[in-house]
Each structure stands twice: as C-alpha cells, then as structure tokens.
Write a protein that binds this ligand. Structure first.
Ligand code: ADP
Length: 374
C-alpha cells in the first residue's frame, strides 16, 4: 500500500481492502470452478458444454473417449465439424429437452451410446453421452429368449392341438363323459397358440428386424373389412357403425394396420356388454389423420390408462381371459403405431366407455382424387 498522508491514507487503505477482497473472491470462484470441473470429470457419463452455436466450451474425459473429441485442440470448434454422424447432427438440430436417442458409436462398433441435450444457462446446452451397450445387450437377450421360447413351443403345441382335434372328430374315440374335458383342453391349446403368435409378433416388431412394408393404403377398404370382422365377433350383440373419409389414404403397411385397428376394434367389442354401441371413425383433423373407435363399454379407471400398453397389463385379469385376450394386444398396437410415427391416445370414463385413437402425422397422409365406389 503506498504511503499517503491525511485523506490520502484513507483512500489508499480503502482501495487496498477492496483489492484484497476482490482477489479473495477470485480465488474462491476459481477454486469453485475447479471443484465443478473435477466433479464433472469424475462422472462416468460424457458431458459437453456447448454454446448457442454448438461450439464446444468444455468437455470431460468420458466425452472425449465416447465422442472422439480432444478438448485441448477442439475447444471453441463447432461439435458438428468433429462428430460426423448424420443421426447425431440431426439430433443436435432439434430443440433441447427432447427425448434421448440411442446411436451406434462411430468410434467403437460394439458400443451403443445414449445421447441427450439439456438446456443450460441462458442459451447454452449440455450434451450428455452414456454408454448403454450392456443394457442394449440384455434387452437383445431378452427379446431373443422370448422369440426362441415361442418358436420352440409352437411345434409341440401344434402336435397336441392336432391330436386333440383328430380324437374329438373320431366317432367313439372320446367317451361321452369326457367330452367336456376335451372341449376345455382344445380351448386352452388354442389360447396358448394365440398367445405364442402374439409373443412372436411382438418380438418381431420390437427387434425392428423387418422393415416396414409400406405402400399407399386404402384405409376405407381396410376399415370396411374390419367392420365385418367386428360384426362377426359381436354376433349381433352390438350396434357397430363406420364413418370414414374415403379420400383419406395413408402410406402404411396394410398387414400391420389391419392388426392394430383390428385389435382396437376387437377390444371395443370384447369390453362392451351386449346391447352397447361401437363407432369407428376415420377423419382428418388439423392435418393429422385420425382413426378412432369409441365404445359404450366398461371404461377404464384413470390410474390404469398409462399402463395399458405394457405387456400383460390387464385391468381385470379374469375378464380379459374370459373374453379370449392375451394381454399383448395394446403392446402390439403401440409398436405398430410407433413404426408409423403415429401415437395412441386413450380417453376413457369408468362405467361409461372409452375412445382409442391412432393419430398419424401429415407426412403419411395421401389424398386420393376420388372416393372409391364400392
Ligand atoms: P387383452 O388381451 O387383455 O384385451 P390388451 O393389451 O388388448 O389385452 O388390453 C389391455 C387391457 O386394457 C385389457 O385387459 C382391458 O382391461 C383394457 N382394455 C382394452 N381395451 C378396452 C376397452 N375398449 N374398454 C375397456 N377396457 C379395455
């Protein structure tokens, strides 16, 4: 501190104190920053700080390894110049706070990464990368296991079912007092067969092994078939109606949408007591194509709605079995809709009825010039 006399002494002392306070807070801030960097470096996940132009401000070691970056030389460079992966770049173009995506690593082929962008500060972004190879492997094993077990069960079940059918068709082969049991055995084998078919369908859809067999689909024609199937399932016990925009078509897989719409309409019939009504609609609202089926059936309590598409989730197990359900229908529907970038919406009031909607994006819609005349 310089030596001053009189009023200068006070001025110099104040400046000196201010300077020391400033230095102290600088040291505190830089040690806080160091601690933050240490903590972020110790994270097992990769962390990259990006500015609003996607330039790298900082990253930790796991991010360097997982994304192939080198902080020393890559600092302030746009990350899209360094990570040349089309899916990754597309993901970065989205706004932040969207669902994470899974990508095959471009550094090591046996690694799967989960990438997520999170908003940070005023306009910065935090990019988090996580190695999810182990989870992916387990998921793969689970899918393979279910597919293999279902395949293995299919053959013996076909044999048992076949013999049961032959025996019950043969005159005198089944004593009259056992016929009842035979009927029950046949019923249970066909239930198991349905279950296995659904499990196989689901594992095929989940694995994404088969690509979508898509073409321009005349949805009105498809729904007319489904209407007939529903009438035969209902056996005249319900009033079933179809209201469809005949010029509204989709680019979609006929077989998959038959299964999805058929499942939803089938459920409406199965969960609506006799005398109820079911209305099927196909319309365009706000540039989206919407299939909906509304029933006046049992309805579903709110707490079950979010869980309905889980495998084997049933509101009432015995009723579902009684109506011939496998518990896999809505999981299959959800997967099929996902493959078409469509979403499932469920609105239901307990005791009054339900509406299940499949909402397709504009990109899948085709407008036909004239309605087909049937
Ligand atoms: P399930 O083979 O048991 O019908 P789903 O996956 O098709 O399996 O449906 C799951 C559950 O959702 C059903 O068990 C039933 O409780 C409920 N559910 C589905 N559709 C309807 C509906 N239209 N009305 C009332 N409940 C329904």
């Amino acid at each position: 501190m310089p030596i001053g006399a009189g009023a200068w002494e006070d001025v110099f002392a104040t400046i000196y104190h201010e300077q020391r306070r400033h230095n102290r807070s600088k040291i505190q801030l830089s040690s806080a920053l160091d601690r933050f960097r240490h903590a972020a470096s110790a994270l097992p996940d990769g962390v990259v700080l990006l500015d609003d132009d996607n330039k790298i401000e900082w990253c930790n070691k796991p991010a360097e390894q997982q994304l192939g970056l080198m902080l020393k030389q890559d600092i302030n460079k746009p990350i899209v110049y360094l990570v040349r992966n089309a899916e990754f770049i597309k993901y970065l173009e989205h706004h932040v706070d969207i669902e994470p995506i899974k990508l095959k690593s471009w550094i090591r082929l046996d690694v799967t990464l989960e990438i997520q962008l999170v908003a940070f500060g005023s306009s910065q972004k935090l990019l988090i990368s996580r190695d999810v190879s182990q989870q992916e492997k387990l998921e793969h094993m689970r899918r393979d296991f279910i597919a293999n077990v279902s395949h293995e069960l299919r053959t013996p079940l076909t044999v048992v079912g076949g013999f049961l059918e032959t025996l019950s068709d043969m005159d005198g082969a089944v004593p009259e007092n056992l016929r009842n049991y035979f009927g029950m055995m046949q019923e249970q084998t066909s239930r198991m067969r349905l279950l296995i078919e659904d499990l196989l369908t689901l594992s095929q859809l989940e694995s994404g092994a088969t690509s979508l067999d898509e073409a321009e689909l005349d949805v009105y024609a498809l729904l007319s078939n489904i209407l007939n199937e529903a009438k035969s399932l209902s056996n005249g016990q319900h009033t079933i109606s179809l209201e469809a925009n005949q010029t509204l078509a989709l680019v979609a897989s006929n077989q998959e949408l038959h299964s999805a719409f058929g499942n939803l309409v089938g459920n409406a019939v199965r969960y609506t007591p006799d005398g109820g009504s079911i209305s099927i609609k196909w319309e365009e609202i706000n540039q989206e194509a919407i299939f909906s089926v509304t029933d006046t059936g049992l309805g579903i309590e709110q707490q079950h709605i979010d869980r309905l598409t889980e495998r084997f989730y049933r509101v009432d197990r015995s009723r579902s079995r009684g109506t011939g359900g496998t518990g896999l229908g809505l999981s299959i529907v959800k997967h099929i809709l996902n493959r078409h970038q469509a979403r499932l919406e469920i609105i239901s009031e307990y005791g009054k009825g339900s509406t299940f909607k499949a909402v397709f994006p504009k990109t899948r819609i085709v407008h036909k010039q004239t309605a087909m005349i049937k």
